[in-house]
Write a protein that binds this ligand. Structure first.
Ligand SMILES: O=C(O)CCC(=O)C(=O)O
Length: 219
């Protein structure tokens, strides 16, 4: 859906770039279909359990490598013990194109080889607290794609989860990349706005977010 007020590409901090409306509706539909497939197995989507007994409000399914607090494994010992679905080449290619678009540099995607993606589903009440993506042994950028309901994405600093931070709205089709000096910035999702997505994406309600990462792990 074309925005009434154009939303320009914006660099929030060095290495952290928001590209509104990067994915067209057809690409979003294809991603929704893929995510639905991964959500059913071999490792089904679930609410991640935290070591201190909490349960995350988002539902997550991983591909390539399975993330559980706070490590990556090939098999999902905290779910059903199965090996996660492989990370497809087409998604890695999408990741490379995302870097070219975000950094406006035709060479930005060269050598980028994401090997894991976390797919998060937010219902209208789900949120994600401020955290760093730091279980990867690589400083390669994180590529984030959003589909469905708009959310408030809070992008902070690399020191702690408090201010200074910037709130941006991530809408369906938006790309957000954080790499370079921003790679280990704290970030989170304090709010989702139910009913703001476009059902033409194939997602009738809720928000999907897919983050591609490079684990830096062997094999
Ligand atoms: O949903 C989002 O936009 C952010 C997801 C996120 O921070 C994560 O998966 O670590």
């Amino acid at each position: 859906m074309a925005a009434l007020i154009p939303r320009p590409r914006m660099q929030l901090a060095p290495g952290a770039v928001h590209v509104p409306g990067w994915l067209g509706v057809e690409q979003q539909r294809e991603l929704v279909v893929a995510c639905r497939g991964w959500a059913t197995g071999p490792v089904p989507i679930r609410h991640t359990r935290l070591p201190r007994g909490g349960v995350m409000s988002v539902q997550t399914v991983c591909i390539g490598w399975h993330w559980q607090p706070y490590r990556y494994t090939r098999t999902a010992g905290d779910v059903n013990g199965s090996r996660v679905a492989p990370f497809p080449d087409w998604l890695a290619e999408l990741g490379r194109r995302a870097l070219v678009a975000a950094y406006e540099d035709p060479a930005a995607g060269d050598g980028y080889a994401p090997d894991t993606a976390l797919v998060n589903f937010y219902d209208g009440r789900a949120t994600m607290g401020m955290h760093q993506d730091k279980d990867e042994r690589s400083g390669a950028p994180v590529v984030s794609l959003s589909i469905g309901d708009t959310c408030v994405f809070r992008f902070g600093n690399t020191e702690n989860r408090n201010r200074p931070y910037t709130d941006v709205e991530l809408a369906s089709g938006d790309l957000f990349v954080f790499g370079g000096p921003s790679r280990f910035a704290y970030h989170g999702v304090p709010k989702v706005f139910p009913g703001t997505g476009d059902p033409a994406t194939g997602l009738a309600s809720g928000r999907l977010n897919l983050t591609m990462r490079v684990t830096g792990l062997p094999g």
